[in-house]
Design a protein around this ligand. Sequence first.
Ligand code: GLU
Length: 444
Amino acid sequence: MRNEPLYDEILRRNPGEPEFHQAVREVLETLDPILQARPELAEARVVERICEPERQIIFRVPWVDDAGRVQVNRGFRVEYNSALGPYKGGLRFHPSVNLGIVKFLGFEQIFKNALTGLGIGGGKGGSDFDPHGRSDAEVMRFCQSFMTELHRHLGEHTDVPAGDIGVGGREIGYLFGQYRRITNRWEAGVLTGKAPGWGGSLARPEATGYGAVLFAAEMLRVRGEDLDGQQVVVSGSGNVAIYAAEKALALGANVLTCSDSSGYVVDDKGIDVALLKQVKEVERGRVADYAERRGSSARFVADGSVWDVPADVALPCATQNELDEAAAAVLVRGGVKAVSEGANMPTTPEGVRVLTEAGVAFGPGKAANAGGVATSALEMRQNAARTVWTFAEVEEALTDIMRDIHTTCHETAERYGAPGDYVRGANIAGFERVADAMLAQGLI
Ligand code: GLU
């Protein structure tokens, strides 16, 4: 690849950040055709500039737990690229969060957000705080401390966070409350993923999972198929997985699995989404609890991989690098036809190679899971207009956006000599939108 020296330089300047290196490499590897076709981009060193975040913020988050002990976490916000709009991207609260993870997510977000066509830049943030086992009061105190520092960097025209792993409606509520208190402003558009009663958009919780299924449906449609009657494996059991399962069921598929860090569940009768929502969202339980409550059709498997379950369509909706080379080979042997990434970078590069070489339709996260952030942009639009759309209006807009993203990726891949290669299509199309904006706006 032309960018090999740049990649070496990135390795040297960003040591110890393997996920970030992986995300950058995957993009750089696909850009040769466009850099060849558009030498002015190379001349303006657009790729070098895109790889360097505009701003990286790291801060201390002190808070007091229920036992009265002082706890100290680390907070991050990487404001990666604002050529197309305010920085936009979620906050992740998980013990694995470090600067490299936030940079990988922020880097992906630039291209994902560009693909939506909705005028949003790329950013990401979070903390190594682990919400599991914490009381509501502890989560609130953590969120208040986190926002006390972060608020000075945010604004509806500057940087607009949302949820990601470990950050859902509850956390967004506490974060918004603290932002409002400190700034004395009702600035609805400063955060997305709010509850519908106070500025949130209907269908935002559903959007990422629904979108990943709509993307899978589009990939199948190109091959003359649809989701009706297909067997689907879903990994994860958070917001993305739950609503991916719900949409796949609505389109006539049978959803066999869900998972968490302790294992996976196979449900011969198909996942009961209402029960899964109850266990995960209301009781904040585990998938083992789901299996226990569901009865004889479901069994919990503590070791092994959810990808061992043969299926027509796989929807990785848990976390990065959860689907590796070996798992991809098992999926291929099981006859998988399409993989649509609901999570961010859930498939390893070797896994992607195995799937694509076997002719599996592969939808990369930055295209397939863009429905979440796209609906966040629709939430910002509703906030700016001080209006509220119906569920049906939001869902219709989401469906159109996912179809457009699919078409863009498909056509771009074809134009650059790689028909059916959605990775190349997504990277080149997303890159070109950002690169054109950066060129036009001068050396900044
Ligand atoms: N965290 C989500 C993502 O990975 C959503 C971000 C947003 O809505 O801003 O795209």
